[in-house]
Design a protein. Structure first.
Length: 213
């Protein structure tokens, strides 16, 4: 655990804005041990829990007092879509209470003078081609449930890869009309705390090299 604690402290020494824990769910006990060591040795920058949203609330409760910012996805409300694309028909059933726990822990968002979030919840939603109805439903659920207590990020970076070229919907990018329709819907609902994304984000350069060392 000391090696991981040292990595956290090294990032702080390099002037990192935060410690970004990406898809960390399966390592939560070890991360908590390392954070305890690092905090005792002077770690003070915010801890970010970066997750796909399919979380267990009991796991999240272990993180209370340790995580400052939750950066989470809310991918779908439709059970048909989550079953087809993520093999998790119960995605929304898990993501709803998980998000509620995240918001309970962090409270209202707080930002540094430089505009970096120091505490709070950002919810990302990646638009998929042909699925604006579900995207509108997600935005409506998020805003009606949490209002301005969360920040909503509408992402326009879906990039079709070769193995989905035969899928009639997933074979293409989200159109400008589709993306603008969801953004306009969010504005009409009253969403003020949000982020949008330009179309240039939809490229393979935004996809991690998962096979790398």
């Amino acid at each position: 655990m000391q090696q991981l604690a040292d990595a956290f402290l090294d990032l702080q020494e390099q002037h990192a804005h935060n410690i970004n824990l990406v898809t960390p769910t399966h390592m939560v006990p070890q991360i908590l041990d390392a954070l305890q060591l690092a905090k005792a040795q002077g770690l003070h920058i915010p801890i970010v829990y970066n997750t796909g949203g399919y979380e267990n609330t009991e796991t999240l409760k272990l993180l209370e007092g340790w995580v400052d910012v939750y950066l989470t996805d809310f991918k779908y409300l439709s059970t048909a879509l989550s079953g087809a694309y993520s093999h998790a028909a119960d995605y929304a059933e898990a993501a709803k209470p998980a998000l509620a726990e995240m918001v309970r822990q962090t409270g209202a968002a707080r930002f540094s003078p430089e505009g970096m979030m120091e505490r709070g919840v950002i919810v990302r939603h990646l638009l998929l081609p042909g699925q604006t109805a579900d995207s509108r439903a997600v935005v409506e659920y998020l805003y009606h449930t949490y209002g301005d207590r969360i920040w909503i990020s509408l992402m326009n970076q879906y990039t079709p890869l070769p193995w989905v070229q035969q899928d009639p919907l997933l074979c293409r990018r989200v159109t400008r009309q589709e993306y603008d329709a969801v953004v306009d819907y969010a504005v009409a609902l009253g969403v003020e705390n949000g982020f949008t994304q330009e179309g240039e984000a939809a490229s393979e350069s935004f996809i991690p090299q998962f096979e790398g060392e």
